[in-house]
Ligand binder design. Structure first.
Ligand code: PSU
Ligand code: MN
Length: 304
């Protein structure tokens, strides 16, 4: 049996049956630059508490799975000098075996959240079907996890660097519902618009909670995706992002970036191309998602 260590705050929340929101750690170690990554990790936890729920940031520290981190853990994960691996489903046993530090992706965070009975999880943007997946076979493990693991992931849409149409087809085929918070159009991470419709518009956290209660009560196994558009004030319009994404994708090809390095490489490339604007947007959208996730977790407790 693998042990999961919870911090005091999460232990207390489990005892008191308080609403808990899982937060991931790849965004800290591989998604945002230092020191914004550290500040954001703290701010996300604060946002969840402010709404009245309890944050549980998930990571692996010295081979130990942690649900709810200590101050030092966050420092390790954020420090660019630490050796922190990006951990998805396939990588979990090895990072425990080798007693390393691991930042969990959406897929790995969902697995650990589900084992800890946490049903709501906030991130920035999920991974999905990459452009050119017809030949590269690059499909994020996040999608398969959404198919089989009973966790609701609140995000700002799949990352705009992906093939959003194929990502939506994959989710449809595999029976993963995609909800839009106050939108009928799929948001595209940095942008509010994608030109893709066919998601389920929901107006309130309480309606989303009763949707989840119905799905899991049925029971229909698997996750659900709640997409929450970034605020008007912080969005980067799709037209503006498009060229940066194309340049970034060309650069991955010429530098032969492969596997799990691709997403962090592209995010960093766009950070530089946008002169930091993409980071500001990323931070804004993930905070927005933490807030909504906390509200849904609170409403879901009322349903149980
Ligand atoms: N959201 C962000 N930044 C990130 C991620 C999400 O705002 O860096 C991470 C998540 O952990 C997600 C991962 O699982 O990017 C996707 O990686 P890949 O495409 O290699 O599956
Ligand atoms: Mn991949």
């Amino acid at each position: 049996m693998i042990d999961i260590t919870t911090n005091l705050e999460v232990q207390q929340a489990i005892q008191d049956k308080k609403p808990i929101v899982a937060l991931e750690s790849t965004i800290i170690s591989h998604g945002l630059p230092f020191p914004e990554n550290h500040k954001t990790a703290i701010a996300l936890e604060e946002e969840v508490r402010k709404q009245g729920a309890v944050p549980a940031t998930i990571a692996i520290i010295n081979g130990c799975i942690k649900v709810g981190l200590e101050t030092e853990d966050l420092e390790i994960l954020a420090d660019p000098k630490s050796q922190v691996e990006k951990i998805s489903r396939r990588d979990l046993p090895n990072i425990i075996q080798t007693r390393g530090h691991g930042a969990t992706t959406v897929a790995a965070t969902m697995i650990i959240a589900a084992k800890s009975n946490i049903q709501i999880f906030a991130t920035g943007g999920i991974g999905g079907v990459h452009r050119g997946a017809q030949t590269s076979f690059d499909i994020s493990a996040d999608l398969q996890e959404l198919v089989k693991t009973n966790v609701c992931v609140v995000c700002a849409g799949p990352k705009a660097i992906l093939d959003l149409n194929l990502t939506m087809e994959y989710l449809e085929t595999n029976g993963v519902p995609v909800l839009g918070y106050r939108t009928t159009e799929l948001p595209a991470f940095w942008s509010r618009n994608s030109g893709i419709y066919g998601i389920l518009p929901y107006k309130t956290a309480s309606e989303i909670a009763s949707f989840l209660n119905l799905k899991w009560g049925f029971p229909l196994a698997g996750g659900a995706l709640v997409t929450n558009p970034v605020s008007d004030a912080d969005e980067i319009p799709e037209l503006q992002v498009r060229a940066w994404i194309e340049d970034a994708l060309n650069e991955t090809k010429s530098q032969k970036v492969t596997g799990k390095e691709i997403t962090p490489f592209i995010l960093d490339y766009i950070r530089l191309a946008s002169k930091g604007r993409s980071v500001k947007t990323n931070i804004s959208l993930v905070k927005n998602n933490a807030k909504l996730a906390a509200q849904i977790a609170i409403e879901l407790k009322k349903c149980n």
